[in-house]
Write a protein that binds this ligand. Sequence first.
Ligand code: IMP
Length: 207
Amino acid sequence: MIEMARIIAASQNKDKIKEIEAITRKFGMDVVPRDDAGVPKVEIEEDGETFEENSYKKAYEVMKLCGETTIADDSGLMVDYIDGAPGVYSARFSGEDATYDSNNEKLLGLLEGVPYEQRTAKFVTVITLVYPDGETIVARGECPGHISEEKRGGKDGFGFGYDPVFIPEGFDKTFAELGTDIKNQVGHRGRALAELERLLECYQKNE
Ligand code: IMP
């Protein structure tokens, strides 16, 4: 039996780990959450100015702690009218005690009266894989769209974060209204995962 290699996930989020593992298993690699792998619990400050910096920092710090290949991701929303905000501050846009609702209210407030064609935005995900020898793979996925004028959808429990105010390009409904299948097809995370798969294929060929 061929033994599976393993990658340590800097995140503890089970859904994210499942999504990443669906790709890495094709390359013979399981994904193990950092706590399950016994990585010492150290707070890693996400103080980078880009998604690349933050996801690299998370992956690199955990790799240093355990000496194994590590994967991390960082995501957020960038809105053109407010110069790319909230960006890396997406989770805490409306302050330290931010909730999804308070973040959405703040965003809609800042865009009040702004016409649809100027409400352009994109979701971004960056996934970074760091090998113990320092070799790094960076996969970026983007999903362009617009910010709606009010929150829509999410009533049946689907969607989180800015999903109720983000309308992906080519649709007239928000992510929260469109549901999981469409979000996986056109979303930033799905695109970053597809790019990760492409890069791993290249990496294995070159090994
Ligand atoms: P994280 O880096 O994946 O934890 O994302 C940081 C923040 O970006 C989240 O707390 C959300 O506010 C926002 N965000 C990231 N991805 C999504 C998404 O797919 N839908 C809605 N909001 C998202």
